[in-house]
Ligand binder design. Structure first.
Ligand code: MF3
Ligand code: CO
Ligand code: CO
Length: 278
């Protein structure tokens, strides 16, 4: 049984009820999402061979501090970094390290800032120097799958419509959808109900209502969908070591569609693929 509750009246925890946010929540998310997007924009010119993912992590921490925000991942369930940096066959939750980026790598940088209590969660793919055609195509397919998913979001549709839009397109492009991680409700919490699956059928899942706030963050593989988590307890990789990509936005459901809180103000949401704010 799914219940929806007015976010103003809801306790600040995951009690299984889906929070419906009003103008105050949307305003808070707009600010947090915008800061996250600005950070991801500023990283674009910095990503080049030789840069370490630790240096990226430091930048994310400093940028947050300079703007009154704390990275939500810092000390989250034992995670001790300010962002996730997932390279090549790393699906998500890659831990920043002192290993330098190399020409031809593709890296996902996933940042969540908490600003005035609200969480802005977004990630993008960054090419390192010249990349292979297959990597370029995978990034294109993954980004387009996110756009197609955003297009189906409106009150009355179900979360399954999001999954179907992503899966239908990605599989038609001979790619596969990761099942083991999903999008999530967020707001004053980092991870809340509902789960947003990136596969499925339009009649499945819960009904979307105006005021819901959640992420869509498809992880798409060139090979099989299966992943495993390494011994560090975080790093998720493709079992077949195939290349993987991910893009993530935080959004709110509006009366006739959705508002994207993490739009790129500089149009740099898709570095390496051209100009796009979403
Ligand atoms: N930002 C990730 C997400 O999209 C979560 C990272 S949790 C961490 O939900 F602990 F791995 F950082
Ligand atoms: Co997320
Ligand atoms: Co994220």
């Amino acid at each position: 049984m799914i219940n929806y509750i007015d976010a103003i009246a809801a306790p600040n925890k995951n009690n299984g009820h889906i929070k419906l946010h009003g103008p105050e929540g949307f305003a808070g998310m707009r600010k947090a999402g915008h800061l996250t997007a600005r950070c991801l924009d500023e990283l674009v010119p910095l990503i080049e061979p030789g840069l370490t993912t630790q240096a990226i992590d430091r930048f994310v921490f400093e940028f947050g501090m300079d703007h009154g925000a704390v990275p939500a991942t810092l000390n989250y369930r034992g995670y001790t970094n300010s962002c996730c940096t997932s390279l090549n066959h790393v699906v998500c939750h890659g831990i920043p390290s002192d290993k330098p980026l190399r020409e031809g790598d593709i890296v996902n940088i996933d940042v969540t800032y908490v600003l005035d209590g609200w969480h802005g969660d977004s990630s993008r793919m960054y090419p390192v120097g010249e990349i292979k055609r297959a990597a370029h195509r995978l990034m294109e397919v993954t980004h387009k799958s996110l756009l197609l998913a955003l297009d189906v979001v409106k009150p009355g549709a179900r979360t399954g419509a999001i999954g179907e839009a992503i899966q239908r397109y990605a599989e038609a492009e001979r790619c596969s959808v990761v099942r083991d991680f999903c999008g999530h409700g967020l707001g004053k919490l980092f991870h809340d109900v509902p789960n947003i699956l990136h596969y499925g059928r339009a009649h499945e899942g819960v009904e979307l209502r105006e005021g819901m706030i959640f992420t869509i963050e498809p992880m798409i593989n060139l090979g099989k969908p299966h992943v495993k988590v390494l011994a560090d307890g975080w790093t998720a990789v493709t079992r077949d070591r195939s290349l993987t990509a991910q893009y993530e936005h935080s959004i709110g459901v509006t009366a006739n569609g959705c508002e994207i809180f993490t739009l790129s103000p500089a149009g740099l949401f898709t570095p390496g693929l051209g100009t796009s704010e979403r």
